[in-house]
Design a binder for this molecule. Structure first.
Ligand code: WT7
Length: 631
């Protein structure tokens, strides 16, 4: 590929070009793809207005580029390896030509079911091939996919389906996760009692459990797909037509539906996949994320397939049937690039090293991490035991909003510095902002991480709420994209991301806004008020600590803590459950009524050393009470 970066010189030259000749730089990369009609302008962006247009006027189709484009040379090559939850179940190898047929059939079926270009389709599926096929089929007909992680509860599913008024839900009878079977269809049925927008539900059969099917609404996929034609002409999409919506949590209870569009997202994810993972033909690449998150969208489905790669989809969990599963799968398929999350690394590092040493990991060339800052201990364990000190670690920093990786080491090019994401990729200009909102241009400094110029896969808006998009990301530092993260730049200009500086807490790599969790807690009839903060946790990175004030004292028989976690599980999902709950008679507040989370955070961490100035509090005496009641 002409856009490969494999040497330091290539990186330096590309980076320089990307800064000095932005238009030519991105145009050169975009030319690698198939466009049905060329663009009029490469970029037309305005950070102040949060308006981003790339490759305007061009027509393309990302599924065509991910599959059809490779058929001539790679039709028999494996596109997707499906490794099931149960190790004794036969794995599936889906070649590019078979994937093409499956996606065409699904595309025809969606059209027959009344889905048109621009319609929203919710996908609530486990990590089975139907998930990738549904995503690609939506994109093929121009329907906007909204994948909702299958660990979300019925309440969270309903809120997301309604927010973008999805016409259809694609789901499964159930899902397998380790030794558990989850009743997905039951969760969908419950959600849909609140979703009048949904006309049809397609059901993949995975667990073969007994489920209810509603007449004229619910249809099993298999018989319909059998009848569908395997010929389908990909719809010509405008470069700026929406490709998908993916929800992320934010500072209010309402999830933010980040909208990504077609052309820029395609160019950027393909470019970054190729270079960050130094993917070479015939490599087997494995990212352990779920397609329900952006990592799966960009680096299980689109990025790899756009490069004609072989991408592995794993249905299960790292601990089942034993904590050697990841390493077994790497050995089984001779995986060359492996990409996972710090929380998984920490959990597996706690297990006996025998689970690793039983397997041959010598196929590995590059290992990656994503989702939260990796601590030094986990980095060293990964480097020594998995990479055997010969595989570069790519600590990739990015976000749902950025569409693709922005800051990451490039293998054999960037220095290996534990916990550092090191260099920006070509086209990305990170800056650190000081207390006064000015760029700190010196090295050896810390600040709030912003990005100075747009890149092709920046989110275009929040579905239905451009004002919120602009306010959340473009007002704190006018003219810049504000990431919500803090970062450090060392004396050599290398970046290390230190963590969120806003009210998002990352638990086991899942991005959780405090507001939706507090809203859920406050639904308990006895709760007056609540505040959530994070505290360090060995495996999860952060865990949640809730400070809750009750309206009245509970009678002895009521287990309010359990009830609170039950509500959270129902409204958001088990991932958002609190590890600790403390009842208090009040919360520390400023005179304007804002909860001082800084103090709660310190108490949760068990750090009572210095609370800073608490004289501005309305109720300074509460600090002592909360401190003494720490659980
Ligand atoms: C937040 C975005 C990007 C896909 C998965 C998460 C944190 C992500 C790193 C990293 C330190 C990281 C940031 C970011 N984060 N990668 N390599 N080092 N922090 O996507 O759910 O949108 O979360 O994850 O805090 O803002 P997301």
């Amino acid at each position: 590929m002409s856009y490969n970066i494999r040497t330091r010189e290539e990186y330096t030259r590309s980076y320089q070009n990307s800064v000095e000749k932005k238009t030519e730089f991105w145009e050169g990369i975009a030319k690698e793809f198939t466009w049905f009609k060329p663009w009029n302008t490469v970029m037309n962006c305005d950070m102040k207005e949060a308006s981003f247009k790339w490759f305007e006027g061009a027509k393309t189709n990302i599924t065509f580029n991910s599959i059809d484009r490779h058929l001539e040379r790679k039709s028999e090559q494996t596109a997707i390896i499906f490794e099931p939850n149960m190790p004794n179940e036969q794995a599936t190898h889906i070649s590019y030509s078979v994937l093409h047929k499956k996606v065409c059939k699904m595309a025809n079926l969606l059209s027959e079911m009344g889905i048109n270009k621009g319609d929203r389709v919710a996908i609530y599926l486990p990590m089975i091939p139907e998930l990738a096929v549904s995503v690609l089929a939506c994109a093929r007909i121009g329907a906007v996919h909204s994948v909702i992680f299958a660990g979300f509860s019925s309440g969270a599913l309903a809120a997301r389906v309604n927010d973008s008024s999805c016409k259809m839900v694609i789901t499964a009878d159930g899902s397998f996760r380790g030794n558990k079977t989850i009743d997905l269809k039951g969760i969908v049925d419950e959600a849909l009692t609140q979703c009048p927008c949904v006309e049809k539900v397609l059901v993949a059969e995975r667990t073969m459990t007994q489920i209810k099917m509603k007449n004229n609404r619910d249809y099993f996929l298999k018989p319909l797909l059998e009848k569908a034609s395997e010929k389908h002409e990909a719809v010509h999409m405008d470069a700026e037509d929406p490709l998908f919506i993916l929800y992320t949590s934010g500072s209010t209870g309402k999830p933010k539906g980040m909208v990504h569009t077609t052309g820029g997202y395609m160019v950027y994810t393909a470019y970054t996949f190729n270079n960050v993972f130094a993917y070479e033909p015939n490599d087997v690449y494995w990212c352990t994320a779920d397609i329900g998150w952006i990592t799966g969208h960009s680096y299980i489905v689109y990025g790899p397939l756009l490069n004609g790669a072989t991408t592995l989809m794993f249905e299960g969990v790292p601990s089942y049937p034993n904590p050697g599963r990841f390493w077994e799968v790497i050995d089984k398929y001779k995986v060359n690039q492996f990409y996972t999350a710090p929380t998984a690394i920490r959990a597996l590092a706690k297990e006996s090293i025998e689970h690793v040493n039983r397997y041959d990991l010598s196929s590995l060339k590059i290992i990656g991490t994503v989702g939260e800052p990796i601590n030094e201990e986990a980095w060293q364990w990964y480097n020594t035991n998995i990479g055997k000190k010969k595989c570069p670690i790519v600590d990739t920093w990015w976000q749902t909003e950025t569409g693709g990786i922005l800051i990451s080491p490039l293998p054999h090019i960037s220095p290996q510095i534990p916990t550092f994401a090191t260099n920006p990729l070509p086209g990305i200009e990170p800056v650190l902002m000081d207390e006064n909102g000015n760029e700190s241009n010196e090295n050896d400094t810390v600040g709030k991480l912003c990005i100075k110029y747009p890149w092709p896969s920046i989110a275009r808006t929040i579905w239905g709420d451009h004002k919120r998009y602009k306010e959340t990301y473009f007002t704190a530092f006018p003219g810049y994209y504000f990431t919500g993260d803090g970062a450090k730049r060392n004396k050599d200009g290398m970046f290390r991301i230190t963590g969120r500086v806003d009210d998002v807490i990352i638990v086991s790599g899942h991005n959780l806004g405090t507001a939706p969790i507090e809203d859920a807690i406050n639904e308990h009839p006895m709760v007056a008020e609540s505040a959530i903060v994070g505290f360090p946790h060995d495996i999860k990175g952060n865990a949640l600590y809730g400070f809750v004030t009750l309206k009245e004292l509970p009678d002895g028989n009521k287990n309010i803590k359990l009830e609170i976690n039950k509500i959270i599980s129902e409204k958001i999902g088990p991932i958002a459950k609190l590890d600790r709950i403390q009842f208090t008679s009040g919360l520390p507040k400023t005179r304007s009524g804002k909860i001082m989370r800084r103090i709660l955070r310190k108490i949760a961490e068990g750090d009572f050393s210095n609370f800073g100035d608490i004289s501005t509090l309305l109720n300074p005496e509460i600090v002592e009470e909360i401190k003494n009641g720490r659980v």
